[in-house]
Ligand binder design. Structure first.
Ligand SMILES: C[S@@+](CC[C@H](N)C(=O)[O-])C[C@H]1O[C@@H](n2cnc3c(N)ncnc32)[C@H](O)[C@@H]1O
Length: 274
């Protein structure tokens, strides 16, 4: 990578045009060429691009087609717009490998994943002290089952009882429900689950359910894509208090306080008021 990357793999965020990062929006504004996935990224995101940008829709393109666009535009500022954060199911590694093999400079601009947007839509923290401190991002093995390592079954992760974020699996509701309850799963029929469809889009849906009702809940949304399923006990109930803000827990930025308060001093005053 050089100081002037020409191919930017940009995370578009979960869908709302104001959930792209400032850097991502700036790269779009400066782009000569934009390749975006209309199937996953709403057209509103293109409002960040300049009028002169040439736009390609990757929904109808193969990897070879996309690479041909890169090849044909060696001096252009290219943005490849991926949904959410490109590091999750973004299929960017094969493009990065091409960039390295062809000595094309590139960068990755992170984005807000649909995982974060779904948790926000549900209004929950996913790592609750004493309940679970782990989130596993996974998927059912679908048509791409050959690329799914066997040891990574939904059942294997469910055995830990952690919060599970299941991507790319809405089209197989019964298989997902069955996998979540398969031995040695730590989930039971009453374990909470939430289906979040099109998190942050104008037509966002949030359906709270349990594992035993998950397949019906998924079907009720009518969604087979752009849906995320969250599972685990972190999704309901109140939290045990975290150590981080406990008065008797000292750390590099705060002393232990026997009175229970550290007086809540502002870290920095505003220069001027009014
Ligand atoms: C190819 S993956 C891309 C994931 C993306 N890189 C991310 O960080 O969110 C597409 C899957 O992500 C999930 N997804 C993407 N955007 C979503 C959204 N706005 N709401 C719910 N799920 C979404 C769905 O499971 C969808 O099938």
């Amino acid at each position: 990578m050089t100081a002037t990357p020409l191919i930017s793999f940009v995370g578009a965020g979960p869908g709302a045009p104001d959930l792209i990062t400032l850097r991502g929006a700036a790269r779009l504004a400066a782009a000569d060429v934009v390749v975006w996935a209309s199937s996953l990224v709403p057209a509103d995101l293109l409002s960040h691009a300049g009028n002169g940008a040439v736009v390609f829709d990757s929904a109808t393109m193969t990897l070879e087609d996309v690479l041909a666009v890169y090849e044909a535009n060696p001096d252009a500022a290219i943005v490849r717009l991926h949904s959410g954060d490109p590091s999750l199911y973004g299929a960017i590694q094969e493009q990065i490998d091409w960039c390295l093999a062809h000595e094309r400079s590139f960068e990755i601009v992170p984005g807000v994943s649909s995982l974060a947007a779904a948790a926000a839509a549900v209004g929950r923290e996913l790592t609750i002290p004493t309940v679970t401190q782990s989130v596993v991002v996974t998927r059912l093995a679908n048509r791409t089952s050959a690329s799914m390592p066997e040891r990574e079954s939904i059942g294997a992760f469910a055995a830990t009882g952690c919060t599970l974020a299941v991507f790319l699996s809405a089209a197989r509701p019964d298989a997902l429900q069955a996998a979540l309850l398969e031995a040695p799963s730590a989930y039971g029929p009453d374990t909470p689950a939430v289906v979040v469809v099109r998190a942050s889009w104008p037509d966002e849906q949030v359906v709270a359910t349990t594992v035993s009702q998950l397949a019906d809940a998924l079907r009720s949304t009518g969604a087979t894509t752009t849906a995320l399923v969250l599972v685990g006990d972190a999704l309901t109930g109140t939290a045990a208090r975290s150590h981080l803000y406990s008065p008797d827990f000292a750390h590099g930025h705060r002393r232990r306080s026997l009175s229970g308060s550290t007086a809540g001093r502002p870290a920095r005053r505003r220069a001027r008021r009014g």
